[in-house]
Design a protein around this ligand. Structure first.
Ligand code: HPA
Ligand code: ZN
Length: 344
C-alpha cells in the first residue's frame, strides 16, 4: 500500500507555497538576506510547531515567510516544493500564494510572482509537471486591501488562474469579500475560498452563493448541515481536504476522528491535500498514508480520491483526460481486476 500511494499519479489542489518553506531553507535565506531570526536552530523551530488552532499556526507561518525578500528567494522556495512533489509523483499542482503577506513588508508583487512563476515554468520543462497559481486574499485584512491586491494582479493575469481566500476564518465571513470576488470574476479569474475549516457551514454557503467559488478549501464543517451536503453533491463542488493540517490545528483530535471517510461515503467530491506541508508533518503521500492507516482505505478508495482531484483541477478537458488516462494506466498495472495488488 505504501508503494502504491507513493507511486500513484497525484494532483495537489491546496498547498500554500509559503507553507512549504522548511526550517532549513528559512535559515539559509535568512542568512543570505542578513535577517535575524528569533530562533537559534532548525531543531528549535521544529519544536515550536505545536499548534492549538489556526491562529497559533498563522503567527509562526507569517514569521517564517518574513525572510523572503528577493525574487530568487521565491524561486528557491517554490523549486524546493516542486522537487518534493515530483518525487511523490505529483503530476499537477494548483498553488496558493499570499501576496499581501509580502507586499505589506514592502516586497513588490512583481518580485513574488516572477520568482514563483519561473520555478513553475522550470517544473513543466524538467519534470513535465503542470501547475496553476492562485492568489489568496487574507481575510483578516480589509476588503479594500483585497481590492488593491486584485488591481496589482491585473498585469499578471496570464500567470494567475484564480483568486482565493485564506488566513483567520473565525469572525471573517466570506460575505465581506463579495465585491472583490465579483470584480475578480469579471476580470476572468476563477474563484475558490477556504470555508468550514474552523468556521460554520454558513461560511460555506456564503462562499458558494456570494463568491461563486468553483471549489471549497477544507469544508469539513459541511457535514453539520444536511442541506449543504446535498447542495455540494448535486453541484459536484470539490472539497480540498487537508487531513494532517486538520489534526495539527486541532480541528479533529486524532486522525481517527477525521470525517474524510464519512464525506467520501456521503458521495462528496473529496480530494486530499497537504495545505502547509513544512508545518504539518507531511506532503501529499504522507497525507494519503495517514488516512489510509486511520480508515483502512482500499486501493479503490485511494484511486477515487486521486481521480476526484484530477477532475477538480482548472486544467482543460483534454489535459484532464490525459492525466486521468495516466492514473488509469497506473491502476491497471498495479491492481488485479478483483481489487488486489498485483505482484508486478
Ligand atoms: N487556513 C487558512 N489560512 C491559511 C492556511 C489554512 O489552513 N494555511 C495558510 N494560510
Ligand atoms: Zn489552506
Amino acid at each position: 500500500m505504501e508503494a502504491f500511494i507513493r507511486d500513484l499519479p497525484k494532483t495537489e489542489l491546496h498547498i500554500h507555497i509559503e507553507g512549504s518553506l522548511e526550517p532549513e531553507l528559512i535559515f539559509e535565506i535568512a542568512q543570505r538576506n542578513g535577517v535575524t531570526l528569533s530562533f537559534c536552530s532548525v531543531e528549535e523551530v521544529r519544536k515550536a510547531y505545536q499548534f492549538t488552532d489556526l491562529q497559533s499556526f498563522l503567527d509562526l507561518y507569517y514569521g517564517g515567510m518574513s525572510v523572503l525578500r528577493h525574487e530568487p528567494d521565491f524561486y528557491d522556495m517554490t523549486w524546493a516544493y516542486l522537487e518534493k512533489a515530483h518525487a511523490q509523483n505529483v503530476r499537477h499542482a494548483e498553488i496558493f500564494v499570499d501576496p499581501q503577506a509580502h507586499t505589506d513588508r514592502r516586497v513588490s508583487f512583481e518580485t513574488v510572482i516572477k520568482g514563483i512563476h519561473r520555478a513553475l515554468q522550470d517544473a513543466q520543462l524538467k519534470f513535465n509537471m503542470s501547475s496553476k497559481l492562485i492568489m489568496c486574499f487574507m481575510r483578516h485584512l480589509s476588503a479594500d486591501a483585497a481590492m488593491k491586491t486584485l488591481e496589482r494582479a491585473l498585469p499578471f493575469k496570464d500567470w494567475i488562474i484564480g483568486v482565493g481566500l485564506d488566513s483567520s476564518e473565525r469572525g471573517h465571513s466570506p460575505e465581506k469579500f463579495t465585491a472583490v470576488f465579483d470584480k475578480a470574476r469579471q476580470e476572468g479569474f476563477l474563484t475558490v475560498a477556504h470555508a468550514g475549516e474552523e468556521g460554520p457551514p454558513e461560511y460555506i454557503w456564503q462562499a458558494l452563493q456570494l463568491l461563486k467559488v468553483s471549489r471549497i478549501d477544507h469544508g469539513v464543517s459541511c457535514v453539520e448541515d444536511s442541506q449543504l451536503v446535498e447542495k455540494l453533491k448535486i453541484d459536484k463542488i470539490p472539497l480540498t481536504v487537508c487531513p494532517l493540517s486538520n489534526v495539527k490545528l486541532c480541528v479533529f483530535n486524532t486522525m481517527n476522528d477525521h470525517n474524510i471517510k464519512q464525506m467520501l461515503d456521503l458521495g462528496l467530491c473529496v480530494t486530499v491535500n497537504s495545505d502547509d506541508p513544512a508545518y504539518f508533518g507531511g506532503y501529499l503521500t504522507e497525507n494519503f498514508l495517514a488516512i489510509q492507516e486511520a480508515f483502512n482505505l482500499s486501493h479503490n478508495d485511494i484511486y477515487q480520491l486521486a481521480k476526484n482531484a484530477f477532475q477538480a483541477t482548472f486544467l482543460t478537458q483534454k489535459e484532464k483526460q490525459n492525466l486521468l488516462a495516466e492514473l488509469d494506466d497506473f491502476m491497471a498495472k498495479s491492481i488485479t481486476p478483483d481489487g488486489r495488488q498485483s505482484r508486478a
